[in-house]
Write a protein that binds this ligand. Structure first.
Ligand code: MCA
Ligand code: AMP
Length: 506
């Protein structure tokens, strides 16, 4: 049966002996193992009652089995819903309630807590999958048959839902179709010249677009290989680099690498391409990297809702501070934020995109979906940018209130809501200010009730139980009041300016 996304994988898995993933523990999974392993997991899913269109929510540690589970979900015609391993039970409860998955898969160590919230959300099944190919789902997969008749899925059918926090209110599930993922993977493979000879050094998490789709799908459609690290670790990266040809990372990876004396021309001699994305790469990092290696990092730009939109060229000049050109098949314009009218090149406006890469909408949120698309089908990214005279796209800021810390999005509103609910707090403003390692450091500016002495450590402790660690403010600053404009709106730009050197010097 035709399964739009998995058919592409099948087509590139021509050599069953070829390595697909090698983990740091030495475990090797070939393309043949991929075919049989995904069949086993797909059979296990079906036995557990997962039907086409059902959501499979997955919060597991990074492993080769987790990738098998992703592809098995696609083969079974279900919808993969990956969740950040840092999410707390409070955060997970919302996702389970909203997505109504047929199955939750979690790390064995988290089973008890997750089973409790899954039961409350009415999720019928909870299974476990550990990093060492252990867990109840792994057992079921092992006991299942190694062939599976793929469920038929067309280009427009859903393959995945990825939650992205909202600037106001609740997190939104971006619905990604088979063709959103397939078309982007094929485009990136060609644009970045991936072939079966490539070996990607993969140190990203696999619960977001970057590590799962941009990295893994591109490797899959190229029939290439990945060296899988559980997380970014400079020692491991340098150890494995001689065996790799490419790496993808968030700017923090490169900030850490350029500070490392091991980054040299010799160390990177085997590498043909380093790609950066998810947050702005400082021109200084680009310059230092080039100085030390002779290689220009290729910066690209995307979003959960759109997959990848632009990229610096493979052959042409990779210009620091720009995100390059719209990818083939992607229409991009810079528009007046109010009217959506296209602005002349050189002028700053909101970046809008349209193409096969762009999602179909937010899960069960038709109004929010409608509000973020123009009538002519362009998606309003909320990023502010311009197009220069050579056609390079520049991102100059964000129209949305968002902090990006080490490549993870943190929506101030979510953190402010938690802080504002604490006793003794009048109000708070959460901002991002320059941080030497994470790019932006989440920072909370808090107003206390008269006579109340607020304690930074106590606020952080209370937040820890509610929010994923990367969302926690690196500092909490208590002030008398917040600056406001004549409309009464908090002037975050003044706060960002006042605390711009808070993290200077490390
Ligand atoms: C870890 N911590 C963080 C972050 N990561 N704090 C703020 N921001 C973060 N990103 C916390 C840890 O919990 C720890 O807290 C302390 O900071 C220091 O941890 P450290 O060991 O230095 O961190 P790490 O484990 O090395 O992680 C940093 C990292 C990681 C390698 C940059 O965050 C990472 O892999 N980020 C990639 C995110 C990503 O894939 N984004 C793509 C989204 P404590 O000391 O208290 O325990 S997809 C996307 O954005 C779009 C589509 C796109 O264009 O790609
Ligand atoms: P996410 O919601 O995690 O998909 O994050 C998407 C956002 O990350 C975009 O809307 C941009 O604000 C930002 N982003 C991604 N890549 C880049 C980049 N190369 N330069 C600047 N911002 C980026």
């Amino acid at each position: 049966m035709a399964n739009h996304l998995f058919d592409l994988v099948r087509a590139s898995a021509t050599d069953p002996t070829k390595t697909f993933i090698e983990t740091e523990t030495g475990l090797k999974l070939s393309y043949g193992d991929l075919m049989s392993g995904t069949a086993r997991y797909a059979n296990a899913l079906v036995t557990l009652g997962v039907k086409p269109g059902d959501r499979v929510a997955v919060q597991v540690e990074k492993s080769a089995s987790a990738i098998l589970l992703y592809l098995a979900t696609v083969r079974a015609g279900a919808v993969f819903l990956p969740l950040n391993t840092a999410y707390t039970l409070a955060e997970l409860s919302y996702f389970l309630g909203d997505a109504e998955p047929a199955l939750v898969v979690c790390d064995p160590s988290r089973r008890d807590g997750i089973a409790e919230i899954a039961a409350k959300a009415g999720v019928p099944a909870v299974e476990t999958l550990g990093r060492a190919m252990d867990g109840s789902l792994a057992e079921k997969a092992k006991a299942s048959a190694e062939d599976f008749a793929d469920v038929a899925r067309g280009p427009g059918d859903l393959a995945a839902i990825l939650y992205t926090s909202g600037t106001t209110g609740r997190s939104k599930g971006a619905m990604l179709s088979h063709d959103n993922l397939a078309s982007n993977a094929l485009t990136l493979k060609d644009y970045w010249r991936f072939t079966g000879a490539d070996v990607l050094l993969h140190a990203l998490p696999i619960f977001h677009t970057h590590g799962l789709f941009v990295a893994t799908n591109t490797i899959l459609v190229a029939g290439a290989s990945m060296l899988f690290l559980p997380k970014f670790d400079a020692d491991k990266v340098f150890e494995l680099m001689p065996r790799a040809t490419t790496m993808m990372g968030v700017p923090t990876f490169y900030v850490r690498l350029v500070q490392d004396s091991r980054l040299t021309r010799a160390a990177t001699a085997h590498m043909r391409l380093f790609i950066s994305g998810s947050a702005p790469l400082l021109a200084e990092t680009h310059r230092l990297f080039r100085e030390k290696t002779g290689l220009a990092i290729l910066e690209r730009y995307g979003m959960t809702e759109t997959n990848m939109n632009t990229s610096n060229p493979y052959d042409g000049e990779r210009i620091a501070g720009t995100v390059g050109f719209p990818l083939p098949g992607v229409a991009l314009r810079v528009a007046d934020p109010e009217t959506g009218a296209r602005l002349p090149d050189g002028e700053i406006g909101v970046i809008e995109v349209k193409g096969p890469n762009v999602f179909s909408g937010y899960w069960r949120m038709p109004e929010k979906t409608a509000a973020e698309f123009r009538k002519d089908g362009f998606f309003i990214t909320g990023d502010l940018g311009k197009i220069d005279e050579r056609g390079y796209v520049h991102i100059v800021g964000r129209g949305k209130d968002l902090v990006i810390s080490g490549g993870y999005n943190v929506y101030p509103k979510e953190v402010e809501t938690e802080i504002d609910g604490m006793p003794g707090v009048v109000e708070s403003a959460v901002i991002g200010v320059p941080h030497p390692d994470f790019g932006e450091g989440v920072t909370a500016v808090v107003v206390a009730e008269k006579g109340v002495a607020l304690d930074e450590a106590a606020i952080l402790k209370a937040l820890e139980e509610r929010l994923a660690k990367y969302k926690l403010p690196k500092r909490v600053i208590v002030v008398e009041d917040l600056p406001r404009n004549t409309m009464g709106k908090v002037q975050k730009n003044l706060l960002r300016d006042a605390y711009k050197t808070l993290y200077a010097g490390g």
